[in-house]
Write a protein that binds this ligand. Structure first.
Ligand SMILES: Nc1ncnc2c1ncn2[C@@H]1O[C@H](COP(=O)(O)OP(=O)(O)OP(=O)(O)O)[C@@H](O)[C@H]1O
Ligand SMILES: [Mg+2]
Length: 278
């Protein structure tokens, strides 16, 4: 029953957050995990210095050879192109089983504003259908400007995951992001802790997120395998302790429940956030 309903689910996830917190890593591990469950996954790299392809198992030259989506396209039956055409023409398959689109690349200094690339992604997200992808994961460039009303790249996302590292600033970024996302009409925004090394890191996320009104969907551990893969320029890999995979599985189960049943769940992070003091 649930399986039948899962097959009908279309989930569009935006992965956002402060610079360096792990957006690309999280986008890659989620996309790979969804693909491993048999879902058709499209991932979109919107970073002007794109590297999601490497995290999904492509070499750097292969990643750099992915054609960039044309700017300012109107996607849809009466527009310049359709979502299916974009996926077919500009997408590339990756060893992770994910179809990857590259939306923005600034290869020359002073190449100008990336707004046109963001406009194409916005239009694509508004049009992508369940026949084309069960799950669409957008790895966003750091910063909040693309959540502003004028930009609104992720206006058609169903869920925003704001990745945080154990720092006050990244949790505050998550709180600001949630406000902007609400203004844009994005239905769900969650904080996702990352790089937690100590038990105290998980508690830190729980306490600060509660204090700033950020629902915490999970806390991913720091995994040396992830940073080693980054240094080696290879696909995101965990060390095999299973901790990262288990938490990713819990986050996906939560998001699946959300997509099937709508709102009204408790966040999945093991540590329930204590009530705000005072
Ligand atoms: N759970 C983790 N365990 C260990 N290292 C991690 C983890 N998540 C991310 N990292 C490391 O942190 C660094 C930044 O990660 P990543 O590139 O995914 O961040 P980002 O938010 O996409 O950065 P940017 O803002 O530059 O796009 C990388 O070296 C990556 O390997
Ligand atoms: Mg990144």
């Amino acid at each position: 029953m649930l399986r039948d309903r899962l097959e009908e689910i279309r989930m569009k996830l935006g992965v956002v957050g402060k610079g360096g917190v792990g957006k690309t890593t999280v986008a890659a591990v989620l996309a790979r995990a969804y693909a491993g469950r048999g879902r058709r996954v499209v991932a979109i790299d919107t970073d002007s210095n794109p590297n999601l392809g490497v995290s999904l198992g492509l070499s750097l030259p292969e990643t750099e050879a992915i054609p960039v989506l044309p700017r300012s396209l109107l996607v849809g039956p009466s527009g310049d192109t359709t979502a299916q055409e974009l996926i077919d023409q500009y997408g590339r398959d990756t060893p992770a089983g994910v179809r990857l689109l590259s939306a923005i690349r600034v290869s020359q200094a002073g190449a100008g504003c990336t707004c046109g690339g963001h406009a194409t992604v916005r239009s694509f997200l508004g049009e992508v259908l369940s026949e084309q992808a069960d799950v669409t994961v957008v790895d966003m460039e750091a910063g909040l400007e693309h959540l502003s009303r004028s930009g609104g790249t992720l206006a058609d996302a169903d869920v925003l995951l704001v990745v945080m590292e154990p720092s006050r600033k990244s949790v505050i970024t998550a709180a600001r992001t949630r406000v902007l996302a609400e203004e844009l009409g994005i239905p769900q925004t969650y904080g996702l802790g990352n790089k937690a090394r100590l038990r105290e890191d998980a508690e830190f996320f729980a306490e600060l997120c509660a204090a700033h009104g950020v629902p915490l969907v999970g806390v991913l551990p720091y995994d040396p395998g992830v940073s080693e893969a980054d240094r080696a320029g290879t696909a995101v890999a965990s060390t095999g302790t299973g901790a990262l995979r288990r938490e990713v599985d819990r986050v996906i189960a939560y998001l699946d429940d959300l997509a099937v049943d709508g709102d009204g769940h408790e966040p999945v992070a093991g540590q329930r956030a204590p009530a705000r003091p005072g």
